[in-house]
Write a protein that binds this ligand. Sequence first.
Ligand code: ADP
Ligand code: ZN
Length: 732
Amino acid sequence: MPAPASAMVNKAEQILNNTFGYRSFRPLQKEIIRTVLSKKDSLVIMPTGGGKSLCYQIPALIFDGLTVVVSPLISLMKDQVEQLHELDIKAVFLNSSLSQEEYRINVNQIKSNNVDLLYVAPETLLMERTLNMLSNLSVDCITIDEAHCISEWGHDFRPVYRQIAGIRPRFRDATVMALTATATPRVQDDIIKNLKLKNAKKFIASFNRENLYLQIIPKNNPLSQTLEFLEKHPNQSGIIYCFSRRQVDELAEDLQYRGYSVRPYHAGLSDSDRKLFQEEFIKDDVQIIVATIAFGMGINKPNVRFVVHYDLPQNIEAYYQQIGRAGRDGLRANCLLLFGYGDIRKINYFIDQKEDEKERQIAKLHLDALIRFAESYNCRRIQLLNYFGEKYNKENCGMCDNCSVEQKDLTDVTVEAQKFLSCIKRTGELYGAMHIVDVLRGSKSQKVIDKNHHQLSTYGIGKDLSKQQWLTLAQQFIQKNLIIKDLEFGSLKITDAGYEVLKGLRTVSGKLQTEQPDFAEQPVSDLKFDKELFEMLRKKRKEIADSLGIPPYAIFPDKTLIEMATYLPQNGDELLGIHGIGRVKMNKYGYRFLKIIHSYCQQKGIEGRFVKHRRKRHRHDSSLMKKRKYELVAEAYNSGVPVEEILSEYKMKFERLIVHLRKYKNEKGNINPDKLLSYIEAGKSKQSKVLELFEKLGTEFLRPVFEAMNEEVSFKDLHILRFYFECKSNSE
Ligand code: ADP
Ligand code: ZN
């Protein structure tokens, strides 16, 4: 009989705390999980990094039957399953990347009901043999990830997705959950229609990614601007998007030459290179990827700290999608766009190559919207959200360049505006900002001379400002509607408001951009964490990850290390209060990190700063406080810490260690005793005699065995052998 919904929701919270190690649900997660648990269909729309996966992973652990997750991205399946395995969650995937043998093993596990989550490619799911296999099992939930693939209006239409609805009747007990990060209503309707969702509950999360700092600066010397930006982001992972493959190769080479850890990525590279470079990036072996738009779909790296657009993206959707790859872990990330007018020409050129008139028109409209967005001096976030049809309640987001401009940075630029406008007028409103600035600054360029513009009264009257400052002002004049730009030719025309300025009827205030754009160093987190300790913990994480062949973030996200380096937890209980640490990871890795923190604190003479209120609720787990030592010891043993190290760390004798392990085994979980055998001094034949005696006399007391062996076998050996005996007889 199914448990009542409220009990299941409580269970969901426990799993969130104890298994995933998170303190609370993000917006909508709880409601979504409640809906899934009550077997109602749902459509979930959340931005990248919003936390979609938990919405089906937690119910999957509560349902008795299987949860099938349909996913189009093979590399993501592997990544997800790896991360779940780190939490000891039973998950497997089936897709064409598996060898026959691997496939067989996974299928056997599924058939023997030993799996909670099955990730499957749509093609694999639709195969008759897969469907037959699943028909014999109880399936409680079918999750359709990246559900926009079902829609022709989405950016990634996959016809095979259309067939998924057809399998529904075979799984009458299963609820269906569709997930996507695509916001447009048209796609949403398509998903509901094509998946034949029944009275689906729709959940739409905000598309505001508040941890992304958005900055757009005029592109003048992109390489040195990028270098300057990178200098502010040492040791951090990031993606730099370029327009063309050639640009990717050039920039990657430039950065490499300057000592950056960087790889290129574009469709012109071999499959194996692309795979390798992506892998290196994911595993933190390489810090920066310079890429075309080909990069990003299949990666789930949570600690991407910056995305730079070296060239202009195609449109706002593409921009939003690409910056969305930064900061999935919720920590702060920086998104910089270098905005150059030359890029607009390039994109326009490509748009003109399109055959279809309608397509051309749409692409131009999208590009215009992007240009307006980039040129605007209003809050970037508000504009982005408005573009996606969402209202933003605050006036100032505080996390974009325009909101960071302080009032004191604004000065009276009426005189500058008058110079600029009159120069436009004298040149007949025929030229773009570049040329106007050249004239103002007294350039001897061919074009200026050819047009006789060096004879004008406005020639050279603007030498006091740099080219960059003038261009920035020009953008503000456009923004303030003093001039308008002909989108086709780029020439500037003066508006009525502009004439008022010229006549001295109106003043203008604006920002006189300083020579160097300022890449404010955005702290990754508001926590004041110890950088030195953080680096030590990071090194340990990398070491463990490499030994397991998985990405570091699958061990712990950065946020976990940051909290460790802030609160300096001193024991297992405190460690469990840290973000991202639940029971399983605590057992696997807790000890190794605690050890580093301990010795760091000792060396620096500092104490733990753990505050009680940060503790996660550990329901039904009140025993936690009392029994820490034996757990810590056993966890250390289980995670492969050498026995000698444990003994010296806890200043205890071997026998005591065995007592702890035994207690742990009886109360908590498994211990593999094999490693202990090498510490036995007695010979083999004595050992087997002892084991026989345990069989005969029981294991409650050691003395009878000690005496039966004529006191020839030490108590230490007996402790080990008894433990070994008990482990073996339990596992039979
Ligand atoms: P999406 O699939 O929507 O892009 P994910 O499911 O990958 O997002 O979640 C992004 C990150 O946020 C993951 O690292 C995930 O573990 C983490 N996360 C999800 N829910 C929570 C939560 N309630 N508390 C803390 N971290 C969370
Ligand atoms: Zn803002």
